[in-house]
Design a protein around this ligand. Structure first.
Ligand SMILES: [Zn+2]
Length: 441
């Protein structure tokens, strides 16, 4: 079977990570090409020498997955890390969760998945410090994590915020200004701003042309552990919404899902890993029982103007222009539909910049977002039924106001399902915190 356009290599080596002041450096060799991955910590982080290998390995593996997607090796060697047999199997399975999208889109056979080898002498025997029932919440500037922040604040849960900027180096610093909602967050709690960036872009070096599925979740979770260890937080919180469980396709007997590491199955798998390793943390998705449309709806009730501060487009982040919405991608389209559904067309148009139901170039994207027979875009967008329901609501509102329908003309006249707006806390946090969240909405 054809294996797409992307390049291959024989071996990717991970070399031992080290600190240089507050910069954590991971070196790699892709055959003979040297690559460095940098993570810069703020001055408030003090423990720059003592980081457990069990945590460092996760950050190294996330970068390995990214490199394997760009230039696929036959084998990955990690000689600085040793572990037991179950963990070797765990990592050799984990790589599937990220490379499944590439293997499907480029039609690779699953047996070409790179094999990962660690050092054979197992020595680690760590005991970890104890932690409290407090939260480190990852925020991205988008709708779900902004809702999560607001919800946890209103419930008065003990939280600090965390964000991973892919900035500096080759990526530039311009996009740091593209997340106005961070100012709002920083006024209310401490925001751990971590800058993670490559010294150069391996995708450019290897002329990779495929669609990327960067392993941000794994990377964020392990970097969050470094902060949580110092600050004594047990809960590593992401705001993955309920729809992340919906797959994009099935390929050679395996489901393919762009958002696989956000779904309930992966959360359980990751928490099993933490338990077996004796790491004192827990991966929580605060929005696992909430749809995206529910998060935007609740934000509109609490603080409608905050919808103007959201950044829910991955494309515009990299643009040198001063824009936050590219108005041309599935995420822009999906987010626009949610904002209009919970407000009105005038509000949505001024928040995003354009009326996205009346742009002809978006017709195909809209179809793929709601039509059961089209392939769902490989982006963090909602369930098809959720998008359809948002469009149903928008159509009703526009008909009532006598506004131009654009693509909404194709949407059937069915009833909106109000249960999509329900908000419930996750199961895997203390009961008293669940109660506080329940009374805050
Ligand atoms: Zn966009």
């Amino acid at each position: 079977m054809a294996t797409g356009k992307s390049p291959t290599c024989s071996v990717i080596y991970s070399q031992a990570p080290y600190w240089k002041n507050s910069r954590l450096i991971f070196p790699f060799l892709i055959d003979n090409w040297q690559h460095f991955y940098y993570i810069d910590f703020p001055p408030k982080f003090e423990n720059t020498e003592k980081i457990y290998p069990s945590i460092l390995i996760g950050i190294a593996m996330a970068e390995i997955y990214r490199l394997c997607e760009i230039c696929t090796p036959q084998i990955v060697k990690v000689p600085w890390y040793s572990c037991l047999e179950w963990e070797i199997d765990w990592w050799n399975e984990d790589i599937y969760w990220y490379l499944q999208q590439k293997f499907y889109l480029e039609k690779w056979n699953w047996d070409k998945m790179p094999r990962i080898e660690f050092s054979s002498s197992y020595t680690e025997n760590s005991s970890f410090p104890s932690v409290n029932d407090t939260y480190l919440l990852a925020v991205s500037g988008g709708k779900e994590s902004t809702f999560a922040f607001e919800w946890m604040q209103q419930a008065n849960l003990p939280i600090e915020a965390f964000t991973l900027h892919n900035a500096g180096g080759i990526l530039g610093d311009k996009w740091l200004q593209k997340f106005p909602v961070f100012d709002y967050i920083k006024h209310q709690t401490y925001l751990w701003e971590i800058q993670a960036h490559p010294k150069e872009d391996p995708a450019e070096h290897f002329a990779y042309e495929g669609v990327r599925n960067d392993p941000t979740i794994t990377n964020a979770l392990f970097i969050m552990m470094i902060i949580a260890m110092q600050q004594g937080h047990r809960f590593l919180v992401l705001a993955n919404d309920k729809s992340s469980n919906e797959s994009n396709a099935t390929y050679q007997g395996r489901e393919v899902n762009h958002q696989s590491a956000k779904g309930a199955a992966y959360i359980e798998r990751f928490n099993n890993f933490l338990k077996r390793k004796g790491l004192p943390f827990s991966y929580v998705s605060i929005c696992e029982e909430v749809y995206s449309i529910g998060t935007v709806h609740q934000l509109s009730l609490w603080n409608k103007n905050i919808l103007n501060e959201l950044t829910s487009c991955n494309e515009a982040q990299w643009s040198p222009e001063d824009i936050r919405w590219c108005c041309n991608c599935p995420k822009c389209a999906f987010s626009y539909a949610l904002i209009e559904a919970v407000t009105d067309s005038r509000f949505a148009t001024q928040a995003v910049g354009k009326d996205l139901f009346n742009l002809t170039k978006l017709e195909d994207i809209w179809k793929r977002l709601f039509d059961a027979n089209s392939e769902k875009p490989f982006e963090c967008v909602g369930e098809k039924r959720e998008t359809l329901m948002a469009l149903v609501k928008c159509k009703k509102q526009r008909l009532k106001n006598g506004e131009p329908l654009g693509i909404l003309a194709e949407i059937p006249d069915i009833e909106f399902d109000n249960s999509l707006l329900q908000i419930s806390p996750p199961q895997n946090i203390p009961r008293e915190h669940q109660e506080k969240l329940n009374s805050a909405k």
